[in-house]
Design a protein around this ligand. Structure first.
Ligand SMILES: [Zn+2]
Ligand SMILES: [Zn+2]
Length: 439
């Protein structure tokens, strides 16, 4: 893709050299540049066609936000071409197609007795831990299968092998565009040294955030809540603890933080409530203390753990504590990879094995209760008994024109929605099926 679009740019560049004088920004771009300096992808296609008469840029040519291997011209390349065409300094960015189709997923990658979570939000991705050294290539292929081409952030929660070991592969394969976060406390181990070397190869040094440090991942927000202090003997208590909020839904990742680190965070007074908790230290009885769980009150508790591991994780004590606080437990040793999707209000699970059926008693997906629910039930039709959905939702935004299943995680904004009774009706009206929900 990179090669293809780069050669396209070269063609455009050559063709444009002669055009620069005859094509003024006024003649082509009047009215097409938005007040924020952006150009809609539709307009960009038209401008490119007008500027260079290039047959390859058809109304169907995608202007895509990143180099994810799809056929099209990347928005970065289109910007360069447009700037060369018209010398327009104020051209800041091209609005990618489907910009209103936000989505959020957490993949708890099954790395056995270890931790590895991939968070994807809109066009951004973050990896929290990478499993053991032996998991390195599995994690790389998992990321590739998710069309990840670069990582925005990487968090190494702490220096134990089952967290830092497998980061080597991804760090050597994917550019990290922002920070690589880790606690100040390192280790003498070879795998930790390899991690530092890989960070250095990225031209970076490890970034040690203070608790309270916040950054954006797509349209989600990541807040670092720990460690409050690294003044603990146990390296597990140096774990970087992070909370990710997407809309009304939240996810807490605690690495291997144990009771002392949990107590520090409680004392610091952070809001640690979360819908989904990545359970600390694989379900060790020294983590997930009652006072901590009482503040988190997770609806779902995900335990990353190896089958028949020698530590007897997760312990009966922790499983019982989680049940007592009302959490549904999901374990990678039983379910394989666990994928959580959020639309900002509802949380859904997909699991690699067992369909989550034994673990999620009622259904695979659950709607987070809202305050309005008890007083004012929504006037939607009851869920269809048959497999055909009751309706399809189209995105009338001209740059999208996709249609979705009603439960798709990428539904358009309210004002852009159009409804179709059948799939055929959507297609007849010029809408194409969403790639995510595949209606
Ligand atoms: Zn550990
Ligand atoms: Zn661990």
């Amino acid at each position: 893709m990179l090669k293809k679009s780069f050669s396209l740019i070269l063609i455009i560049a050559v063709m444009l050299t002669s055009l620069c004088f005859s094509v003024s920004s006024e003649s082509i771009l009047a009215g097409d540049v938005n007040s924020d300096g952006s150009v809609n992808s539709d307009d960009a296609r038209t401008i490119l066609r007008m500027a260079v008469g290039l047959d390859e840029i058809t109304p169907e040519t995608k202007i895509i936000a990143n180099t994810d291997g799809e056929d099209g011209i990347t928005s970065g390349d289109a910007r360069i071409a447009l700037r060369m065409a018209v010398g327009l300094e104020e051209l800041k960015y091209i609005n990618a197609d489907d910009t209103d189709e936000s989505y959020f997923e957490v993949h708890f990658i099954d790395v056995g007795q270890a931790d590895c979570s991939l968070i994807i939000c809109d066009d951004s991705a973050m990896l929290i831990d990478g499993g053991n050294v032996a998991d390195s290539s599995l994690v790389v292929s998992y990321l590739l299968s998710e069309n990840i081409t670069e990582l925005d952030y990487v968090i190494c929660t702490h220096a134990h092998e089952d967290h830092v070991g497998g980061l080597n592969g991804p760090l050597n394969k994917f550019t990290v565009t922002n920070e690589i976060i880790a606690p100040a406390t390192g280790a003498d181990s070879k795998c930790y040294q390899d991690f530092l070397d890989a960070v250095q190869k990225q031209g970076k040094t490890v970034f040690v955030p203070d608790a309270g440090y916040t950054f954006s991942l797509g349209s989600s927000t990541v807040e670092i809540l720990g460690p409050i202090t690294e003044d603990h003997e146990d390296i597990n208590d140096t774990s970087v603890v992070s909370k990710i909020t997407y809309g009304e839904t939240s996810f807490l990742f605690t690495g291997d933080a144990e009771r002392e680190a949990e107590a520090d965070i409680l004392e610091a007074g952070y809001d640690i409530s979360a819908d989904v908790l990545k359970v600390g230290h694989h379900g060790s009885e020294n983590s997930s203390t009652y006072p901590f769980l009482r503040e988190v009150m997770p609806e779902y508790a995900v335990i990353s753990v190896g089958a028949n591991n020698s530590y007897s994780h997760p312990t009966e004590e922790v499983l019982s504590r989680l049940t007592q606080c009302g959490a549904t437990v999901l374990r990678t040793d039983i379910l394989g990879h666990i994928i959580v999707k959020s639309d900002g209000e509802n949380i859904e699970f997909e699991t690699e094995k067992n369909n989550g059926s034994e673990i999620l008693p009622d259904a695979e997906s659950t709607t987070k209760p809202t305050e309005a629910e008890t007083t004012e039930p929504e006037a939607t039709e009851p869920e269809s008994e048959t497999s055909a959905p009751s309706h399809y939702i189209g995105n009338s935004n001209p740059s999208s024109m996709k249609f979705h299943l009603p439960d798709c995680s990428s539904l358009p904004k309210e004002e852009n929605r159009v409804y179709f009774a059948t799939r055929d009706a959507a297609i007849a009206n010029g809408y194409s099926p969403c790639k995510r929900c595949d209606p």
